[in-house]
Ligand binder design. Structure first.
Ligand code: F6P
Length: 380
């Protein structure tokens, strides 16, 4: 008698790795098998590069429990990740659009054939809006070529917390905790010398990590790409002067990496340092220049063991993604996200169109920051 086969679900992690991705993969696997042990799970290695690469070296077929044992506590993604910029339409200013489009088609064709060869019923992708975009493009090409639907479910996995349609992304909480830990370490040394520090944090075009870490870590001021007044250097200097007047021994300016692009000044931190160190008012108050150090946390905030919260969100969303991936109802590509304590389904088309989710002027977190940061005219 031939062995009964259930449904076959493929999983990949894509884009920047994020702590909690392992818990998400584990949850999808366990739920898929829990619902019917005849169901099968296939893992793609190296993200979209694996899906669109040489299949024989890039996938783990019909995995068993042992394949994902002991991964929940680890940072990064144990199956690897990657980006394929050419899966997007040619960017403005591209020198050879025809070549770009040819490459895009070649990559898409390989991915589509690989998916067909594996006989998948659905694919779950853990990543950001760029990965959702790339996967949606591949799935649309698959359906056009074979005239059959192929399910696609997205799980928001990025430290940036900038995906529209979900309040949480897998990885943000860990990166936030790592950033606050770095800020606390920095404070010890800055305070000892009575210095100033500019701490650059990741976040791509959004300021969520900087904003949340700056508030939770008690920064003097925060610069984020969404709020031009936050990176007006004269306004920042005025806050630093106020902190000097208030006799702070440590002055910490948290800056999101996206400020460099938003302000059009790739060396904005260096410019700010020169302004602070050369400011006559501060020199007069201290009797010396305020030494200013620049620190970039970079990838250190992205690595490390996932926080309990990230693993919890990843586990909840992973189960919901498995349910959707196995549902009999044919559906358009969807993302599984959070709204308050609830798990919600959001059409991926909408997520892609409205991402990145940025910090709006009306954001309650921004209002909190404005009340708590050192103001230029601090009256108490
Ligand atoms: O999207 C996550 C992120 O860590 C961003 O904060 C950062 O801008 C980017 O990825 C860095 O990407 P890469 O790993 O390709 O250098």
């Amino acid at each position: 008698m031939s062995k009964k086969r259930g449904k076959r679900v493929g999983i990949l992690t894509s884009g920047g790795d994020a702590p909690g991705m392992n818990a998400a993969v584990r949850a999808v696997f366990r739920r898929v098998k829990d619902l019917d042990p005849h169901n099968e799970v296939v893992l793609f290695k190296e993200g979209l590069n694996g899906l669109a690469g040489r299949l024989e070296v890039n996938y783990l077929g019909n995995i068993e429990r042992e394949a994902i044992r002991g991964i929940i506590h680890k940072g990064g993604t144990f199956i690897g990740t990657g980006r394929i910029p050419e899966l997007k339409p040619a960017p403005p200013g591209c020198e050879d659009v025809a070549l770009w489009e040819r490459k895009r088609k070649e990559i898409t064709d390989v991915a589509v054939v690989n998916l067909r060869q594996l006989g998948l019923d659905s694919v779950v992708v853990v990543g950001g809006d760029g990965s959702f975009n790339g996967m949606s493009h591949i799935i649309a090409a698959y359906e056009e070529r074979y005239g059959e639907p192929l399910g696609l479910v997205g799980l928001p996995g990025t430290i940036d917390n900038d995906i529209w349609g979900t309040e949480d992304t897998i990885g943000f909480d860990t990166a936030l905790n790592n950033s606050v830990a770095a800020l606390r370490n920095l404070r010890d040394t800055i305070e000892s010398h009575r210095r100033c520090a500019i701490l650059e944090l990741m976040g791509n075009s959004s300021g969520w990590i900087a904003l949340a870490a700056g508030i939770a870590g008690g920064a003097t001021t925060i610069m984020i790409p969404e709020r031009p007044e936050s990176y007006d250097l004269q306004l920042v200097l005025a806050r630093v002067r106020a902190a000097v007047r208030l006799a702070y021994r440590s002055i910490i300016i948290v800056m999101a990496e996206g400020v460099k692009k938003a302000s059009g000044r790739p060396r904005v931190a260096e410019e700010l340092r020169a302004l602070i160190e050369g400011d006559p008012e501060i020199i007069d108050a201290l009797g010396r220049p305020l030494e200013t150090r620049i620190n970039i946390i970079g990838y250190i905030a992205r690595g490390g063991s996932p926080s309990a919260r990230d693993n919890l969100i990843a586990s909840q969303l992973g189960c919901a993604a498995a349910d959707l991936a196995l549902s009999d109802v044919a559906h358009a590509p969807m993302m599984v996200g959070t709204q308050g304590a609830s798990v919600v389904l959001v059409p991926m088309r909408e997520v892609i169109a409205r991402s990145p989710r940025l910090v709006e002027a009306s954001s309650p977190l921004w209002a909190t920051a404005e009340s708590l940061l050192v103001s230029a005219d601090q009256s108490f």
